[in-house]
Design a protein around this ligand. Sequence first.
Ligand code: ASP
Length: 328
Amino acid sequence: MKKMLKLALIAAAAATAFGASAQEFPAKDKTVTIVVPFAAGGPTDRVARDLAEALRKPLGVSVVVDNTAGAGSSIGAARVARATPDGYTLLLNHIGMSTMPALYRKLSFSVPNDFEYLGMVNDVPMTLIARPTMPANNMKELTTWIGQNKGKINLGNAGLGAASHLCGLMFQDAMKVEMTTVPYKGTAPAITDLIGGQIDLLCDQTTNTTPQIEGKKVKAYAVTTSQRLTTPALKDLPTLAESGLKDFNVSIWHGLYAPKGTPAAVVTKINDALKVALKDADFIKKQEGLGAVVITDKRIEPAEHKKFVAAEIEKWGAVIKAAGTFAD
Ligand code: ASP
């Protein structure tokens, strides 16, 4: 009897401590870490660093970014799925959350079941770019060059599950040409190699490619969305669809996640802070300057974010199954 009473007291104390910590979130002496599952200096990293800055004020604590790169974002996502569910370790990831379940035969986490969804951040178009020494100057010439160089073309990506992998898969399929894919830990190192001429082509988010296109460090051919973009540096690029690749349309999105089991009160506090951050004029300006569109629709709500990702898992799962690409 005495033992049972002791156990009940311990349980009650633990519940109070946990409840109190949820109420106090974020504690003034703590830091919120946003895990980026790709290399530093790339497009996901760029979004996370701008977001961390915009979240500092509404959360009232320091927010830092930590890169856990590799395997198309699955290593960083697994780290967050296993983290303590207290709101201090978050994940910022992109469309990879919806392609990984179909691409990996063995994934150590479940995208629908092992995360709390905190709201979406932005939509980001992609661009098809090439090394600066590429002889082709437009999509028509690039199509000819690809036809003439079958078997010799290197296409960079950020690993299986990355946006660049998905876009590259769709591009090869639309061109009916198989290319040698070169995986990196993110598209920051991939674009460095593209500029150096070690790889030929890359499909990457405008959040990474816009400054390089503006500085004429790479050749740019087209955007992957169904509409042309309005960002000054990108507005003259045609869409891939209007360049002959019928129905080509891929747009990347980013969302914020916490480990499953994060208290509801903490989820609400982070979502409230995210809503403030997405209205931050400086954040919006930076994102728009890089071709990204900050979320203003209902996908800012955790339940809608989860619904959207579930629909994307179905959509891209079918595309990946048809392509027959898998990893263990
Ligand atoms: N843009 C990369 C991708 O292909 C990821 C990154 O480096 O942020 O998914």
